[in-house]
Ligand binder design. Structure first.
Ligand code: ADP
Length: 710
């Protein structure tokens, strides 16, 4: 029995084991293919295993047969397996790497078919003669069919095809480095062993043939690659199942195509997305956005750093504008780089945000424009917001600072911020006076409730100083007119009996036989009577100053005339009058006599104040006494004529200020009746103007008269 001779038994066992393993791998790859018919590379993988099986069987037969047809048949089997391997090698490479080659299969198919026909029907590739090889370490010579004339060419072709397949893999790589490295190792083992066996075939001293192990190694590496891709695809499938239920649109983009899109994508875009070109997806975006999105995907695929998310407006099939956020990542999908995008419909949120922003904007601009000062104190007692009026009031922007510290210089939060039992809608109102400048404010405090139950506080401070002043003025003028009226009524009552007394006095005076004593007493009565009558006249004037005729006059002239009249009086008291009159002031409608009366009163009051008569005790000390200067200026502002009478006297005490214009209010020890200023008020009021008094900062009283020009 020649078969299984002792020296080649090892070799036979080796090739049989290779055949068995190759069969197993073929079955495995076939199983993969039945599970996933869309992945054609499993068929190619099975075909590679099949070629390994055929080769191993050929070797086994060759080892164990003598010269003769069976031995030649084994040689033909081996070469058939080699052709099959070359063909399937490219089939696997193209399908696994996703390379589309329309020319390969027809061209290579025809070429390999012709080669097979040549192989089996002629002696060109495998000759009909036999050679005996003596391998190193093997005693028994090894018989095999000799190569035909085309044999070496054929070997060269196989070598070149293998090297080229390697180059294709190196060029295209595929996504997973592990895959192509394993593949390259497989093909390299095959090539190295092929060279070894080729050297043996041309008769150089070598070891026994190893080619079947090359086949096996290659088939194993293919199995590894397909198996790991099988696992990967299984994972992908699971992920497809999960993503199908996701509310966000989940897309996989590869080779400019959307190769996967879940149901939410169709809902979002209003059209089916899978297998439409990316262009289809881009069409729903504006031109500007399109470029950004393309660049974004390109950068992702090239593994360049990109923004994590993109937000943009898209137009869905139903023409609805939607605002979406795209978050993407580079992934391996079907063994190749792809982009996984999660597109979230943010339209509702965006709209809500916009509405919120608009209303915030509205409130903010309202607050900015508000004359009232507004500030908001956060739950941790920090100033969250101050409007411009508040900033102006405080003198700086204290946003972020502790409110009690910044506004009230206190170390503890204010009690009104600590009050916890607020109810929504609670609003409290208080009046405060700022000790710094004596301005009064109406404060409205309303709590703002947050979702976490914490409370911010909004305060609106309305400056009520002016309103208060106006109210006071109104009260005062009511009081003035009431007392004035009373005085006038009394004067009127006194006036009628006075008329009687006057005529009686006249008739007594006309009596011839009055003795000297009586005549002297009568003179005294007449003097007292005249004084009473003057006073009564003044009192009557209080209530009806308007009986004088108004005419177009120049106030400057009235002032100059009045000062001229008082010249000797002023000289006597060593008081200087300085006139700063604006020569451009227009004429006004007024009574010159009455205005002259006003200025006369103001000037004589000033003279008296500066010479020490008529001021309150506090203001009476001698240090404050001046024989000073009275300054009178006129000026026009906003159609109002302003006249100021300023003296360098002791000024007016706070207590007097309030009652200055009241009838009968006087501080003068002698001769004071308290009618002067009251009459001035009455006259100016009758001219639709105002008269006010204050103290100048440098001392002295300032009386300001405003008169409308129209
Ligand atoms: P009378 O002059 O009769 O006192 P007025 O009504 O003219 O009455 O003045 C009221 C009071 O106002 C005066 O008693 C005086 O105390 C105060 N007064 C008026 N003018 C001045 C002034 N220029 N400086 C200081 N006090 C003044």
């Amino acid at each position: 029995m020649i078969m299984l001779s002792e020296t080649i038994i090892l070799q036979s066992a080796g090739s049989l084991s290779v055949a068995a393993l190759a069969l197993l791998m073929m079955i495995l790859q076939a199983l993969f293919f039945f599970r996933r018919p869309q992945s054609t590379w499993y068929v190619w993988g099975a075909a590679i295993s099949f070629s390994a099986l055929v080769y191993a069987l050929g070797i086994f037969l060759e080892y164990n047969t003598p010269r003769g047809p069976l031995n030649r048949f084994s040689g033909l089997l081996e070469w058939t397996a080699v052709i099959l391997l070359v063909h399937t090698l490219y089939g696997f490479t193209f399908s696994f790497l996703g390379i589309k080659s329309r020319r390969y299969h027809p061209t290579a198919g025809v070429f390999h078919g012709i080669t097979l026909i040549l192989l089996w029907s002629t002696d060109y590739i495998v000759a009909d003669t036999f050679v005996t090889r003596s391998f190193m370490g093997l005693r028994t010579p090894y018989v095999e069919p000799a190569l035909g004339p085309l044999g070496p060419l054929f070997i060269l072709y196989v070598a070149a095809a293998s090297v080229n397949a390697m180059i294709v893999w190196i060029r295209h790589r595929g996504p997973e480095p592990a895959h192509w490295i394993v593949y390259l190792i497989g093909i390299a083992v095959w090539i190295v062993l092929g060279i070894h066996d080729g050297l043996a075939a041309i008769g150089l001293p070598t070891f026994q043939y190893f080619m079947e192990y090359g086949f096996l190694g290659f088939a194993v590496s293919i199995l590894w690659v397909t198996f790991s891709s099988y696992l990967e695809v299984s994972a992908q499938e699971k992920y497809r199942v999960i993503s199908q239920f996701a509310n966000d649109c989940i897309l996989v983009i590869q080779d400019r195509k959307i190769i996967y899109g879940n149901a939410a994508c169709s809902d979002l875009t209003g059209r089916p997305v899978t297998d439409s070109g990316v262009i289809g997806l881009l069409n729903i975006m504006g031109t500007e956005t399109r470029r950004d999105v393309l660049q974004y995907y390109k950068a992702l695929l090239e593994d360049r750093p990109v923004a994590k998310t993109l937000t943009l407006w898209i137009r869905a099939a139903d023409d609805k504008e939607k605002f979406v956020e795209i978050a993407s990542n580079r992934i391996q999908y079907g063994n190749r780089p792809a982009v996984l995008s999660v597109i979230r419909d943010m339209t509702e949120r965006k709209r809500a945000e916009e509405i919120l922003r608009e209303s915030e904007e509205k409130y903010r601009s309202m607050m900015e424009a508000m004359g009232d000062a507004v500030y908001i104190c956060s739950p941790d007692f920090r100033i969250q917001y101050m409007n411009p009026s508040m900033i102006q009031m405080v003198g700086r922007d204290a946003t972020g600072e502790l409110c009690h510290k910044a506004l009230f210089d206190k170390d503890e939060p204010c009690p009104w911020c600590l009050f916890v039992q607020f109810q929504p809608g609670d609003i409290s109102e208080t009046e405060i006076i700022d000790p710094k400048d004596n301005r009064s404010y109406h404060v409205t405090h309303s709590p703002i409730f947050h979702q976490d139950n914490s409370i911010s506080h909004m305060f609106i401070l309305k400056d009520t100083t002016l309103t208060k002043q106006l109210q006071n003025q109104l009260l005062r003028s009511e009081r003035l007119s009431a007392t004035g009226q009373l005085a006038a009524t009394i004067a009127h009552e006194i006036n009628s009996p006075l008329q009687g007394i006057a005529s009686l006095l006249n008739s007594i005076e006309r009596t011839q036989n009055l003795d000297d004593r009586l005549s002297e007493q009568l003179n005294l009565i007449k003097r007292a009577f005249t004084s009473i009558r003057d006073t009564v006249k003044k009192l009557l004037d209080l209530s009806r100053p308007g009986k004088e005729v108004k005419q177009s006059i120049n106030v400057n002239k009235v002032i100059e005339d009045t000062v001229g009249l008082l010249n000797s009086h002023l000289r006597k008291h060593q008081v200087r009058v300085q006139l700063n009159l604006d020569s451009t002031i227009p004429n006004i409608q007024a009574s010159p006599q009455q205005l002259s009366h006003v200025f006369m009163n103001l000037i004589s009051n000033a003279v008296e104040a500066m010479t020490g008569n008529g001021t309150s005790e506090n203001y009476m000390n001698t240090e404050n006494r001046h024989n000073g200067t009275i300054t009178i200026d006129t000026d026009v502002q906003n159609d109002i004529l302003i006249t100021k009478v300023v003296d360098t006297g002791p000024g007016i005490s706070e207590a007097d200020m309030e009652y200055l214009f009241d009838p009968f209010y006087t501080r003068k020890k002698e001769l004071g009746m308290g009618i002067g200023l009251s009459l001035c008020h009455s006259i100016i009021h009758d001219h639709h103007g105002t008269i006010t008094a204050k103290n100048a900062t440098e001392g002295g009283a300032v009386f300001t008269i405003t008169l409308p020009i129209e």
